[in-house]
Design a protein around this ligand. Structure first.
Ligand SMILES: [Zn+2]
Length: 389
């Protein structure tokens, strides 16, 4: 009888709790991102480590800002993933590595004339020039509204009469992570060149987050939370629940020394490709385990941060992790190393500026106001875009 009642409640509550716990755990979990950023500083050569060391708390704490920003900014979400399997299969030869080419390949330019809308994409004479002049600045937006006269970019401009144009950037919808990494890298280099300590710290922390995301297999797929394969909740299971249970005790986070990256674009894309290679196992093994592991020992109540959550039991998580053959630990280690590589390379590309005097006397709370605003947006719970990226 008791068993029957319990089963009844499990059936009713399980999907609710899975959803709740999944919604409350952003990628790698806040725990994972903080840990990864912190450990990345230990890969750096002495001179650069000496710069980061007094700011270790900042780099750690602000590792999660980009996730909070998804609650504040409309277009932030697309930077955290790429559903690259929407476009092609490994090694994704048909996906242009240049964002303008990728964007133009899938975009539509609409001409609005009062109530009429017509597709004028094929009339664009010089797509590249049009992109440079009108889209470049808003290249990560899903839709760009243009009120300017575009006649000079269109063949047969006299035949059309448009009061407004809309550039529908369909490519962005499926995520822009590797492109954004490349762009963001240049910003980090600039901050080093200018010895702008606040910018170096802020961009380093953010960069660490995006690099961490790129190492997660479920950040490279349209089936990002197992919703296409009846595995809802797998996102948080892989990247939050398991590291939280295992990392402190069992993971080796000292990953050696950072290396200079020669070809940044290739490097970022390789991270995506390696993540995506792991995806079939991430999905298949969880499904197999769910079918064989005792059903009443898969989900448990867990006390975390003064809250009770209904989540995967430690033994179930352990069994899944074991079946994956240590790939979660490896991806975490590779994230740490990659972040070190990127910080080091940016500093080298900036000409290895001497930062020994930089940042002395800097108020460690210099981002207090921005952080409070981000926290407020995050606590509001109104996310823009997906909750699992
Ligand atoms: Zn993220």
């Amino acid at each position: 009888m008791l068993d029957g009642v319990r089963k009844y409640w499990v059936v009713i509550l399980l999907p609710i709790f899975v959803l709740l716990s999944a919604f409350s755990r952003p990628d790698w979990g806040f725990y994972g991102h903080r840990k990864i950023n912190r450990m990345a500083t230990f890969t750096l050569p002495t001179e650069l480590f000496a710069f980061y060391k007094p700011h270790l708390e900042f780099i750690t704490e602000h590792a999660v800002d980009p996730d909070k920003r998804r609650y504040a900014l409309k277009n932030e979400a697309y930077r955290h993933y790429i559903d690259v399997d929407h476009w092609d299969t490994i090694p994704f030869p048909s996906v242009p590595r240049d964002l303008s080419q990728a964007s133009l390949q899938y975009a539509t330019l609409l001409c609005i004339n009062n109530k009429d809308t017509s597709d004028v994409t094929s009339l664009l004479d010089d797509k590249e020039l049009f992109y440079q002049d009108h889209i470049q600045l808003d290249r990560y937006s899903l839709e760009v509204v243009l009120n300017s006269d575009l006649a000079s970019y269109l063949s047969s401009p006299n035949e059309i009469n448009c009061t407004q144009f809309i550039y529908e950037n369909k490519f962005v919808k499926y995520g822009v992570l590797p492109y954004f990494l490349e762009d963001f890298y240049h910003r980090l280099v600039r901050s080093f060149t200018n010895k702008n300590v606040k910018a170096i710290l802020k961009l380093s922390a953010d960069m660490g987050h995006y690099i961490g995301d790129a190492h997660v297999p479920l950040h490279t797929s349209e089936n990002y939370n197992g919703q296409m394969t009846d595995q809802v909740g797998i996102h948080a299971f892989w990247e939050s629940r398991i590291p939280e249970l295992s990392a402190d005790e069992h993971y080796d986070m000292l990953v050696g020394k950072a290396d200079y990256i020669d070809n940044k674009r290739e490097y970022f894309w390789d991270i995506i490709i390696e993540s995506h290679k792991l995806l079939p196992d991430v999905l298949r093994l969880e499904k197999e385990l769910r079918a064989t592991f005792p059903e009443d020992r898969q989900f448990c109540y867990d006390e975390r941060l003064e809250r009770t959550t209904w989540t995967q039991c430690p033994e179930f998580a352990q069994a899944y992790e074991k079946s994956l053959g240590g790939s979660i630990e490896r991806r975490m280690q590779e994230s740490i190393k990659a972040i070190g590589d990127v910080w080091l390379s940016a500093w080298v590309d900036a000409g290895q500026p001497d930062l020994s005097e930089a940042g002395l006397g800097l108020d460690p709370d210099f981002m207090k106001k921005e952080k409070e605003e981000l926290d407020k947006a995050y606590q509001s719970g109104n996310i823009n875009g997906r909750s699992h990226q």
